[in-house]
Design a protein. Structure first.
Length: 315
């Protein structure tokens, strides 16, 4: 399919006509999710490479990482102000919340996954496996049983820009931290496992391979363990990064490296059909649902953070 760019004036700061042309329906199933009078907004810009958005409804704010700047930032929904939540942040990448409301973070520099407790102290959930150090945990999701799953593609040890250059000690993989603290390697069949998320009912695990295949794969979970890998969608000519599901089971995928008209967010029905797009002027790295009704999609994209209101809630 062709991916048509938006005119440059779309992002020049002038008012936009509704419906916003950045919101593209490719299938009738996408239309019910669009608000006629809601446009894509740029909330903040001027960062280096933003990642890991996570919504904190109890504080009415969004946290997100700027990996090269070694910070986690806080965007206040009431004032629109951006402040530093944590610095240094160990070149933090992916973030999420567990079912007790605690922040879980993947750290490139320390090559570990941590949990920030309610009192502000930090607990290390994983930093090594089989006697060797993890490479550079990337993205993280919490399963319905409260287990923490994370990917370790090794991007954070490729240079000193987003972590620290080092040799890999382990193969790229997906891991699971049990609620009791045990660590297990769950998948090692992907080149560069990146974003991951669960279907609303917890029966499926979706994992992005941003390496050679540039695809998203799906695994049926049986007793909490993934079965055989199946191709969910091929993301060429670009690739995917972070992913999330909505309550209806659609998959929302950050997309980039495909150029104007491709970069942004691609939306897939549960059968793998691409049903919609949100076109952004920058490569999109990750996304999450938030807001009081969980119907606002927040998107981290290269140097900026974007958001749009939808008529669907995050899973």
């Amino acid at each position: 399919m062709a991916f048509a760019p938006l005119p440059p004036e779309r992002w020049a700061g002038s008012p936009q006509r509704y419906p916003d042309p950045a919101l593209r329906g490719l299938d009738p199933r996408f239309e019910p999710y669009l608000q006629f009078n809601a446009a894509v907004e740029r909330l903040a810009t001027g960062f280096r490479w933003v990642e890991g958005p996570v919504w904190f409804g109890d504080h009415d704010c969004l946290l997100f990482s700027d990996i090269p700047s070694n910070r986690i930032h806080r965007w206040d929904a009431r004032t629109g102000a951006v402040s530093v939540f944590r610095e240094p942040a160990a070149n933090a990448n992916g973030n999420t919340r567990d079912r007790q409301g605690r922040l879980v973070t993947c750290e490139h520099l320390t090559r570990r996954v941590t949990r920030t407790e309610h009192d502000g102290s930090v607990t290390v959930l994983a930093d090594g496996y089989d006697g060797r150090r993890l490479n550079a945990p990337n993205d993280v999701a919490v399963a319905p049983d409260d287990a923490v799953w994370f990917t370790d593609p090794g991007y954070g040890i490729l240079s000193d820009y987003e972590g620290g250059r080092a040799d890999a000690e382990l193969p790229t993989a997906v891991y699971r931290v049990d609620p009791d603290g045990g660590l297990e390697r769950m998948l090692d069949d992907l080149d560069r496992p990146n974003g991951l998320c669960f279907s609303p009912d917890g029966s499926r695990l979706y994992v992005v391979d941003s390496g050679e295949t540039r695809s998203i794969y799906v695994y049926d979970l049986v007793d909490g363990r993934p079965g055989d890998r199946r191709l969910f969608t091929d993301m060429t000519p670009g690739t995917s990064d972070g992913i999330r599901c909505d309550r209806d089971g659609n998959l929302w995928s950050a997309a980039g490296s495909g150029g104007d008209g491709y970069d942004g967010v691609h939306v897939f029905a549960s059968d793998g059909t691409r049903i919609g797009q949100i076109v952004l002027p920058e490569t999109c790295s990750n996304l999450c649902f938030g807001g009081p009704a969980r119907n606002r999609l927040f998107m981290t994209a290269s140097q900026s953070v974007y958001a749009v209101y939808l008529d669907v809630r995050g899973a």
